[in-house]
Structure formats: C-alpha cells, structure tokens
Design a protein around this ligand. Structure first.
Ligand code: PRX
Length: 660
C-alpha cells in the first residue's frame, strides 16, 4: 500500500467563517445530515428530484435507476438531453450570454476572453465542421491537445453532435496515443500543430502522425488541426484539415443532437494495475448531474465567482471541473496553458491576483513544489501578491499532507478560506468524499465525509464493514449517477475489477485503502491497495512501466515500485536487470539516463523512473514470484525485517540496495 506522505497526525478542527456558512449552499452540518437522511430514506426520490431540478431534459425520464443487471446500472435511462445544450444554450437563455465563460491565459501571459455567446458560436461552428466530415452520433473522436479554449470547444462540439470524445493528455507519447486511438476505434483526431509550455514549443501533430502510423487497422479518416504556433507540420492531403479552414465558413447555429441519458459522453483512459489502460466510459445524464451538484455543493459556486481549476483537460479533473461542471452552472473559468514555474514560480499567485480568482483548485504536488520554491526565493512567495479575492481553496489527486494543507490554508487562504480536500477518481466522475465548505469542520489530511447521497464504507477482504479506527478497503455501497458505466469494449474487466466477487460483487471497489476516525467518522485515504502508483496526482500502473522497461533492447527484466516523495507524493523506483553484465559507475548512469528517456518516449515523462537500480537478478521466491514487498523496503532505504528464507537468491539484495 502506498504511504500517505504525511507523518504527523492533525486533530485540530478548522471551521468556516460565519459569513461563508451563511451564504453557502449547504450552510450547516444539520443541512448536510438532512440531505444524507433524505437520500437514505428514498434513494431514487432524492436523485430524481435533483436531476429534474438541475438538468434540462429534452424528454423527461420516468425511471431514476435501473438495477436489474448489476453492476451495469442505468440512470434516468429513458430521459433525453444534450450536455452541450445544458452548458451553453441554457446560459444564453438565462441572462449569461455576455458573461465570460472562459478567461484563457496563454503561456506568455496573453489573455483571451470568451463570453457564453461567443463560446456557443465557436462550439456550433466546430460541431458543424465535424458534421461536414461525416462525423456523427456514436462515433469516437480522440482529442490530443494542450490546455486551451480550443480543447474545450472540441469537447463541447463532440457532445453537441453526440460523438463520444476521448481526450488524451498532451504529454502522452505516440505509442500511448496509438493504443488509445485504436482501443476507442476513433474515426477522427482533433489536435494542434504544437503546444507551448514553459516557453518551449512541443510537438502534437507530429506525434499524432507517428501514432497513426503505428495502428494496423486504422479507422481514423480525419485529423483536424488547430493552428497554435504556426510552425510547419506534415500535412496529409485528404486526411488533415486546418481547424480554421474547416470551421470558418460554417454556420454558428447547430441544433443539438438529443441523446439518451446513458449515451457515452466520453471515454477517458486510466491506468490499471495490470494490462493496458482502461477506457472509463461515462454517461451523459448522470455525469452531468454530478458535475453540477458538486460545483454547487463542494465548490459552493456563486454567479460572481471566478473559478480556477489548474488541472489539464487531459485528466478527469479537467473534464468535470473545466470543460463541463463550471459551464453547466454558468460560471467563469480561468484556463491556463502554461506551467506553475514559468516564467517564475509565483505565476499561480500572480494569476490569482490578476484575474481576481475566488475559487482555486489544484493538486498537492503543485502546492509542495511552490512551497519549496517560495522558501528558496522570497520573490516568488505568495506574500508578494494580492490574494484577497480568494474565498475557497481545493485540493485533488492525492492525499494532501497536513504540512502542505496548513501552508495552503495560511499563506494562500490567509486562514479565511476553507479547503476542500476532494477524494475521487476518473471512474467516479466527480467528487465522492469531500467537505462541504460552509459546514464541515476541517481536519488537515482528511477528505472528511461522503457527498450527500453517497454511501461509502471501509470493509475487510470479505466485504464486511469495519469499525471506525480500523484501516481497510474503501468501497461505495450503492450505484451513484456519475459512476463509470463500463470499461470501453470490455464489460468483463469492468465487472471483475470494480465489483470483485471477494467483496460479494455488489460493492464498488475504489482501489484505495482508507481509515475512519473513531470520533468523527472522517475518512483518511491511506493510498492505493493495488499496484497503481500516484505520481504528482497521476495514476500509473506499475505493470505499464515494467513492460515498457522490459521492452528496451538492453533489458532482461524489470520491476517497479513506488516510494514516498516529498514533492510528487510518490516517485517511481525501478529495479532493472540487463541482458549483459551489471553496469558500474558512469556506465550505469548512462544506461539509466537512456532508460529514463525510453520510458518518456514510450509512455510519458510522468512515468519516468526517478531512481533506477541495477542488479544481477530480482529477489524472487523459489516459485519465481518477484518479492515486491521486499523491493519497496529496499527502495525506501529501510531495514529488511521480513522473512527472506523463501528467497531464491538472497545475495542480490546487497546489489539492489545500492543507489546510483
Ligand atoms: O488514489 C486516489 C487518488 O487518486 C486516485 C484517482 O486517480 P485519477 O483517476 O487519476 O483521478 C485523479 C483526480 C480525481 C484515487 O484512487 N486521489 C485522488 N484524490 C485524492 C486521492 N487520494 C487522497 N486524497 C484525495 N483527495
């Protein structure tokens, strides 16, 4: 199990101010418990009411939840809607037409604003452009772009015509992109010529070309390219289209395609502990409902808020809390192309000041790296900026250690702003455990309590609920509207992975360990219980990294484990056995550098092992099983206390203990 980087235990409570509580959507714990009770007493009634009140339906649903074929649950099944209509047209009709929907800040600081009216037009033009290429409802479209209004326009345009999008993070390599395009059976790819990050121009279209060349049965007929930098790219006639040429002459009106509530809005790939990444398939109705409710409840969004979620649209956080949730509630979002440390590590604070951000949502890794930067250079410290516009802070992606929490609370929120530590996953679609900022007393390092309506427990390996204070497996007890519907094209994997028989087949297993506080019942996430690593808030399968390392021509075998890291939460330590002799000294460093480059190229720079250790063999049991637990101990530099009598080759342990 991966460790929570926090060592210290915090027990002091932090309360919202009276002013915050008074204006909040959920203003007290009594109000919170009342919602929980309502859901418990009439589960379908609770969700049905929320769905009717918060989502615009083209055709109302008559049944809330269909549980006849578990775990393939259906929500609002006979209702029809369009998610883009709910995000855009709705805002034109209710007085938000001239309100900024997106405030985009480019890497170089240039700011572009798009009102709801403009965004609507741009989405309609793009949707008509896609239709003109024959792309239609049910088709899959891969979006491989950087953070930009264009990426959100592409996602919304797909939603508008009923095409299912699959956004692939712009940091993924050609083989990873190819795997996803192929698995999704995509008919088109939307990309940009290049992306700009930290003053550097990085290729996107060239990687799409490489990826497409790797696929045998290539269904991609069209590639649409947004011109971001204007640098020269390879252009395949008949297949490739400049976005502006495709869309400029299109009508800015596009009737939405009404789809069933269960129609797949998107597929988003996420790493698993074994095998290839899983395509988490999300619905339209249930997903949208939860994006809206969590914007209202967890983020307490108000009409005047300026909402900044720093997550890339390539991840689920960027989907729910950039592309869909904030727009569906008529919010204004700040969208940032660059990196937090360019041109200096005060960029985030500078942008909060410049755009008068009121709600700021980011990842513990970013917070930790900015703490470090501001300690090293006071010029980039948050104290140099006016952060008084802030009223709420949020954290996501990994456990936030109390030390980082307290710094965030004090230096950024000035002890005024509640922090919502939101626990959720690609598969959950939106927050599942998080404080209600106007109500929940906060404890640093705890994501506190489930969202109203959700029933979440900690159980043992047989599915029995454990008493508070005892660590176990985190499960969700009942289906919820924004849950993953299946693994794209692989129902069996969905069923066995998320609804394991060992737990009785009716509990959703998140893959995380958790413990509840004996007094408060608050949840603390203790880390993954499977072989999924969490590096800077990004889930990565150990098997994925191992198989790429093993595919390097010099490598005979590799094993990968996670290790606690002050900055990234967890980092990757790889144990590598080469086909030839054990490398030494400078040679070992060169080989390690080469292997790191290889992993970057094959998967993504995120997957690059921070540490590589060489040995003549891996520690294995007599039956040939790699003893990963032992490798974890070695990677952490801890004393080996476990029984190693079953180990085939104890002598190699000394080799593996040596760090380069
Ligand atoms: O281990 C948990 C961790 O991130 C995993 C989900 O990763 P992903 O699907 O990439 O989605 C990340 C953004 C929602 C979880 O299984 N995780 C996420 N948020 C938290 C967290 N761990 C502790 N506390 C959190 N707030």
């Amino acid at each position: 199990m991966a460790a929570n980087p926090s060592e210290k235990k915090e027990t002091r409570f932090y309360y919202p101010s009276e002013e915050f509580a008074q204006n909040a959507a959920i203003p007290s714990m009594d109000a919170y418990w009342a919602l929980c009770k309502e859901a418990e007493e009439d589960y379908e009634g609770f969700w049905g009411k929320l769905a009717r009140e918060n989502v615009l339906w083209h055709k109302p649903f008559t049944k809330v939840l269909d549980e006849t074929n578990p775990p393939f649950y259906k929500w609002f099944e006979d209702g029809k809607l369009n998610v883009s209509y709910n995000c855009l047209d709705k805002n034109l009709e209710n007085g938000n037409a001239e309100k900024d929907a997106i405030v985009f800040e480019a890497d170089d600081g240039t700011v572009t604003r798009l009102t709801y009216r403009e965004l609507h037009k741009r989405v309609c033009k793009m949707a008509n452009g896609l239709k003109s290429l024959g792309i239609k409802k049910g088709d899959r479209v891969v979006i491989y772009m950087a953070m930009s209004a264009e990426a959100i326009i592409a996602m919304q345009a797909c939603a508008r015509i009923g095409a299912t999008h699959s956004v692939v993070f712009g940091g993924f390599s050609a083989p990873s992109l190819a795997e996803r395009i192929e698995n999704a059976g995509a008919v088109a790819v939307i990309t940009a010529d290049e992306q700009v990050r930290g003053g550097r121009y990085l290729p996107l279209k060239a990687i799409v070309d490489d990826a497409l060349a790797m696929i045998d049965d290539n269904k991609v007929k069209n590639v649409i390219i947004y011109q971001r930098t204007g640098n020269e790219i390879n252009f395949v006639k008949g297949r490739d289209h400049w976005k502006h040429e495709l869309t400029d002459s299109q009508s800015d009106v596009c009737e939405p395609e009404w789809v069933d509530a269960e129609h797949p809005l998107f597929i988003l790939y996420t790493s698993g502990s074994t095998g290839n990444p899983k395509g988490a398939q999300h619905s339209s109705g249930g997903y949208l409902l939860w994006a809206i409710m969590t914007m209202r409840w967890t983020f307490d969004i108000k009409p005047d808020d300026i909402f900044w979620c720093t997550a890339d649209v390539g991840w689920i956080t960027g989907h729910t809390y950039n592309a869909y949730g904030p727009l569906a509630v008529g919010g204004t979002i700040v969208l940032f192309e660059g990196v937090p440390t360019f041109p200096h590590a005060g960029r985030f604070w500078e942008m909060i000041d410049k755009h008068k951000v009121t709600i700021f949502y980011t990842a513990p890794t970013a917070i930790r790296s900015l703490i470090k930067a501001s300690t090293e250079d006071t010029m980039v410290a948050p104290e140099n900026y006016d952060l008084s516009s802030l009223r709420l802070l949020g954290s996501v992606g990994e456990p936030i250690n109390p030390e980082a929490w307290l710094w965030f609370y004090k230096h950024i929120g000035k002890e005024r702003c509640p922090i919502v530590d939101t626990f959720w996953q690609t598969e959950t679609g939106g927050h599942v455990i998080a404080p209600m900022p106007g109500a929940t007393p906060l404890v640093p390092g705890s994501c506190t309590l489930p969202l109203p309506g959700l029933s979440i427990s900690v159980v043992d390996e047989t599915g029995q609920e454990l008493p508070n204070g005892q660590g176990g497996i985190l499960v969700i007890n009942r289906p919820w509207p924004s849950m993953i519907r299946t693994v794209w094209g692989n129902d069996e994997r969905y069923k066995t992975h998320y609804w394991p028989e060992e737990l009785g087949g009716r509990l959703y297993q998140a893959g995380d360990g958790a413990i509840r506080d004996p007094q408060t019942g608050y949840f603390t996430i203790t880390g993954r219980i499977d072989d999924v690593l969490n590096v800077s808030g990004h889930a990565l399968g150990t098997m994925e990294v191992e198989s790429v390392l093993s595919a390097h021509p010099m490598v005979a075998e590799a094993a990968v484990v996670g290790k606690p890291d002050d900055l990234t939460g967890e980092s990757i330590c790889a144990f590598v056995i080469l086909k030839k002799e054990l490398p030494e000294g400078e040679n070992a460093k060169d080989v390690a550098a080469d292997l790191r480059k290889w992993v970057s190229r094959e998967i993504s720079p995120i997957a690059r092992p921070k540490e590589i250790r060489f040995g003549a063999n891996l520690p294995k049991t007599r039956s040939g099983k790699i003893m990963r637990r032992l490798l974890r101990v070695i990677a952490r530099g801890e004393e080996i206390t476990q029984d190693i009598s079953t180990l085939e080759n104890p002598a190699i342990l000394d080799q593996l203990k040596k760090s380069l």
